[in-house]
Design a binder for this molecule. Structure first.
Ligand code: SF4
Length: 334
C-alpha cells in the first residue's frame, strides 16, 4: 500500500521521527539537568521495544517517514539497545531502507559502536562541548572526556560515516573553544555542528545573552579557516559551510537566531509514548495509552494525523508570548 503523506496546516510533510528511548542519562550536563538528575520515569511508563517498533512501522509504512533518530536522555543507557536498532533497521519506505541515526554522548560507544553498526544503525551524532578535561568535568559533572574521545574513534572505526559532533555553545562557558573544536573536526575527518543554546534546560537558567549566534560562530571560524556556504539545507536543521582549503565541512544549528521552522519535517515520540509535533510544543498526544487500551493501527493513524494537523508554524523563543515546554530536553529528546 503506497504511503500517504502526513502534511500539517503549513504544507510541511513529516519525514523525520525522533524517538526518545529513555529519559535517563549517565551524564549531568549543567545546561540540561541538575547534579542529582531528574525524577526518572517508572519503567512501566516507558514504551517497550515492541511499542516503539509498532509506532515507527506505522509512520514509515503508512506515512512515508524515511528518517528515524534515536535520542534520550542518553539512548545507550537503555538495555539491549541493539535489539531495538535491529528491528527498526528492517523498516523500509517505498523508496528503500530508512535512514536510522542516533544522537549520543559517546561515553559507551567504545564498547558498543560495532554492535550498533552491525545491528543496522547508519549514522551517529556525538555530543562534545569541550576538549579540555577539567572543563568537561565541570560541564557534565563526569570525568569522561577520554571515554568520549575513544567513543568517537570507535564510531569511525566501526564504519559510521559521517560521524558528526554536536557542540552546544554557551557564552563565557565554552565559546572560547569554537575554533579549537572546529579544528578538531578538520583534523579528524568529523563534521562539527555548533548548536545555539536553547531554552530547554531543566533548571531554567537559559538566557538570551548567553546564546552565541550563528553569524558570530561562523565569523570566528572563518577568520582562521576561510569558509564558503554549502547550498541551502532544506529540512535539515544545520546550515553548513565547507573549508576553502578542502579540509571538510562545519555546521551550525541556529534554532534561536535563525529559526528554520518553515521547513520543519520533524515530529517526536517521548520515552513515555507522547507524540510531540515540535520540540517546544506545549501540548502532546498520548499514543501509549491508546496502544495499551488496544487501539488499532487505523485508530492510531487517525490520532497521529489529528496531532500533526495541530502543529504550529514554529517555536516562539524570540516572542514575548514564548512559553517554555513543561519538559526539559532530556525528557523530550534532541
Ligand atoms: S522548533 Fe519546532 S517547528 Fe521549529 S524546527 Fe524545531 S521542531 Fe520544528
Amino acid at each position: 500500500m503506497a504511503a500517504t503523506d502526513l502534511v500539517d496546516r503549513f504544507g510541511r510533510v513529516v519525514r523525520d521521527l525522533r524517538i526518545s528511548v529513555t529519559d535517563r542519562c549517565n551524564f549531568r550536563c549543567t545546561y540540561c539537568m541538575p547534579a542529582e538528575g531528574l525524577q526518572w520515569l517508572p519503567r512501566e511508563e516507558v514504551l517497550s521495544f515492541e511499542e516503539i517498533t509498532r509506532l515507527a512501522r506505522l509512520l514509515v509504512e503508512r506515512y512515508g517517514v524515511d528518517s528515524i533518530r534515536l535520542t534520550g536522555g542518553e539512548p545507550t543507557v537503555r538495555a539491549n539497545l541493539t535489539t531495538l536498532v535491529a528491528s527498526l533497521a528492517t523498516l523500509r519506505t517505498d523508496d528503500g531502507p530508512i535512514d536510522l541515526a542516533m544522537t549520543t554522548n559517546g561515553a559507551t560507544l567504545g564498547l558498543i559502536a560495532g554492535d550498533l553498526r552491525d545491528a543496522g544503525l547508519r549514522r551517529v551524532n556525538i555530543s562534545l562541548d569541550t576538549l579540555r578535561r577539567d572543563r568537561f568535568e565541570e560541564m557534565t559533572r563526569r570525568d569522561s572526556l577520554t571515554r568520549v574521545l575513544d567513543g568517537i574513534a570507535a564510531a569511525q572505526a566501526a564504519g559510521f560515516d559521517p560521524v558528526k559532533i554536536n557542540t552546544v555553545v554557551q557564552r563565557d562557558v565554552n565559546d572560547d573553544e569554537i575554533v579549537e573544536l572546529a579544528e578538531f573536526g578538520r583534523d579528524n575527518g568529523l563534521e562539527v555542528r555548533f548548536i545555539e543554546w536553547m531554552p530547554l534546560d531543566a533548571s531554567g537558567g537559559w538566557a538570551g545573552d548567553a546564546v552565541v549566534g550563528q553569524d558570530e560562530i561562523v565569523a570566528r571560524i572563518a577568520a582562521v579557516h576561510p569558509l564558503e556556504q554549502v547550498a541551502a539545507r532544506g529540512a535539515a536543521p544545520a546550515d553548513r559551510w565547507r573549508y576553502l582549503d578542502g579540509r571538510g565541512t562545519v555546521g551550525v544549528i541556529p534554532s534561536v537566531t535563525k529559526p528554520f521552522c518553515g521547513d520543519c519535517d520533524r515530529i517526536r515520540l517521548t520515552a513515555d509514548g507522547q507524540l510531540r509535533t515540535c520540540l517546544f510544543a506545549t501540548d502532546e498526544f498520548d499514543l501509549r495509552a491508546a496502544m495499551r487500551r488496544g487501539e488499532t493501527d487505523d485508530q492510531l493513524g487517525e490520532r497521529i494525523e489529528r496531532a500533526v494537523g495541530t502543529k504550529w508554524a514554529g517555536h516562539r523563543i524570540n516572542q514575548v508570548d514564548f512559553v517554555r515546554p513543561s519538559r526539559s530536553m532530556s525528557q523530550i529528546g534532541g
